[in-house]
Design a protein around this ligand. Structure first.
Ligand code: G6Q
Length: 552
């Protein structure tokens, strides 16, 4: 067994105490004052790497804050743990696994060893097979059972085997093949399957069954429905499965048992966590959409951020800065959530993707040594694209009673011909960050002749912190950098809290209970329920409806 890190409780450390006392001074300061006292702040508190520009000047911090946060990172061994991750050590101690999503984007020829084996060679072998397959399919050379070329691609998976591919497909739509139709099925709700297959010809449809374990209830249920749908639409010959199904998994045995030829399987490895897998073979749908070269460009973006995280000075290190700022607000200002507000429709699913990345990683209550964590861990991430959100929940951001730090994400170049509209979009991003930081005071309102009685309602206090992330344009490379930035920011936070950001035991309980309840919902005759009175009554109510449905 890997020896877990044993660190003192955070609140017992001098670094934490120093930050707590610094916070008592900082909470009296405003962004207005901080900017007034340092005219260069907006050009000084910035960092740039891997095509991303981070302006963190509109945070409630001083240089002293950053120094103290860095001292905390040092005391918690963030850099030591980061280096252990990059070396392939088994830092996921509860599952005794290495954590090597960085190997998925390591350039050909580099070397990362797991149990004595250079996994980078394995990664490139799979990437090459994916590229060959994508090349054939995109050229119309991969035909279905009846000889028609494949035009529809349906990716079946859930959680980490779905959120990344969906997000990336949406994000990169502008550079994807528009003559191919991409759909995604995740939920066990039959509506998902029915809607995704609606109007499609089975003879032109390929299913990618994505499941690391190949045992996930939702995915296997949907994959079985897909097989039946495919056979019904292609003449009923079992041989059709070989032309219409490919699998992405670590479990060749289960893939074969399901009936998919392992020659049509793209593998990955137990050292890739589900929520860190969009750049593995789980991203096959992304590669089919944007092509192998653009997929490699995305990997290059990820890798550039990896290298930056590994080697940049702390003061210029984007993931480190973002991770430390997240801890600052979560633990010292008591901010319970972080809003992620992309100013791009294409990044509409990015907040949902980040929800899993951040909350499944850092929603933990035990330290690596199995003690209770003595401070709040992972904040709640949420968000929607701007400008839509501005006409909805931004009211609470500006005038609500809760502090919600925001990450605003924008792009300098439009992807569409309507460049003037892009100017409007970006003007809104900048205006929101300015309004959140500096607000509008009673004096300013009076000077603008606002009615006195309305002033309390119209005042915006400001002092709402934001990070602004800008890239030149949204594309495979900047998407890769952006995702890697958040991956490593999550890592930094987890290392400070000394939790395991790479397991997800909390998901297990619900899965086990559901298995038990399924048999009860479907059982004939009387049940001797072993649940609480609420769950038992609901089960009985559903069973009664089920009997009515089947006329029993
Ligand atoms: C991610 C989680 C989880 C997982 C899904 C799907 O980190 O482990 O979201 O990705 O439960 O699992 P399979 O890929 O094994 O079907």
């Amino acid at each position: 067994m890997n020896t877990p890190r044993s660190l003192p409780p955070l609140q017992a450390t001098p670094e934490w105490a120093a930050l707590a006392s610094h916070h008592r001074r900082m909470r009296e300061l405003t962004l207005q004052q901080l900017f007034a006292g340092d005219p260069a702040r907006g050009t000084r508190m910035v960092a740039e790497a891997a095509g991303l520009y981070l302006d963190y000047s509109k945070n409630i911090i001083t240089d002293e804050t950053l120094r103290l946060l860095q001292a905390l990172a040092d005391a918690r061994g963030v850099a030591v743990r980061r280096d252990a991750m990059f070396r392939g050590e088994k830092i996921n101690s509860t599952e005794e696994r290495a954590v090597l999503h960085v190997a998925l984007r390591a350039p050909r020829g580099s070397r990362i060893l797991v149990d004595g084996r250079n996994v980078v060679e394995d990664v490139h072998e799979v990437l090459d097979r994916m590229a060959a397959f994508a090349g054939r399919l995109r050229a119309g050379e991969w035909c279905g059972h009846t000889g028609k070329p494949i035009r529809n691609i349906i990716s079946i998976g859930i959680g980490g085997s779905d959120l990344g591919p969906v997000m990336a497909y949406e994000a990169l739509k502008a550079c994807s093949r528009r003559d191919l139709c991409f759909r995604f099925i995740s939920n066990v709700d039959p509506a998902d399957f029915v809607e995704a297959t609606q109007g499609l010809d089975a003879a032109e449809t390929l299913f990618i069954v994505c499941s690391k374990t190949f045992t996930t209830l939702e995915t296997l249920t949907n994959a079985r429905a897909a097989r039946a749908w495919c056979l019904a639409g292609t003449g009923g010959d079992e041989a059709a499965v070989a032309r219409h199904f490919v699998a992405v998994s670590t479990n060749a045995q289960e893939v074969a048992r399901f009936g998919i030829d392992t020659a049509n399987m793209f593998g990955f490895w137990d050292w890739v966590g589900g929520r860190y897998s969009m750049d593995s073979a789980i991203g096959l749908s992304t590669m089919l959409a944007i092509g192998p070269d653009a997929f490699r460009d995305m990997l290059a973006g990820f890798h550039a951020m990896d290298e930056h995280f590994r080697s940049a000075e702390p003061g210029a290190n984007l993931p480190l800065l973002m991770g430390l700022l997240a801890v600052w607000y979560n633990n010292f200002f008591g901010a319970q959530t972080v809003a992620v507000l992309p100013y791009s429709r294409y990044l509409g699913r990015f907040p949902a993707y980040l929800q899993q990345l951040t909350m499944e990683s850092n929603g933990k209550h035990a330290t690596l040594a199995g003690q209770a964590v003595d401070v709040p861990t992972g904040p709640i991430y949420w968000g929607e694209p701007g400008t839509d959100g501005q006409h909805s929940f931004y009211q609470l951001l500006h005038q609500g009673t809760r502090l919600v730090p925001c990450d605003l994400i924008g792009f300098e170049q439009p992807l569409q011909a309507l460049a003037g509209q892009h100017d409007l979009l970006m003007a809104n991003l900048l205006a929101q960050a300015e309004a959140l930081a500096f607000g509008r005071s009673a004096e300013q309102l009076r000077a603008a002749h606002a009615a006195e009685w309305l002033i309390p309602h119209r005042v915006c206090e400001g002092n709402r912190p934001t990070n602004i992330l800008m890239a030149e344009r949204l594309g495979p490379r900047s998407l890769g950098s952006l995702v890697a930035l958040y991956e490593h920011s999550v890592f930094v936070q987890g290392a400070i809290w000394n939790i395991n950001s790479f397991d997800q035991w909390g998901v297990e309980l619900g899965k086990q209970l559901a298995q038990q309840i399924i048999t009860e919902l479907q059982a004939e005759g009387d049940l001797r329920s072993r649940h609480d009175s609420s769950t038992s009554a609901l089960i009985e109510r559903y069973r009664a409806a089920r009997r009515r449905r089947s006329g029993g």
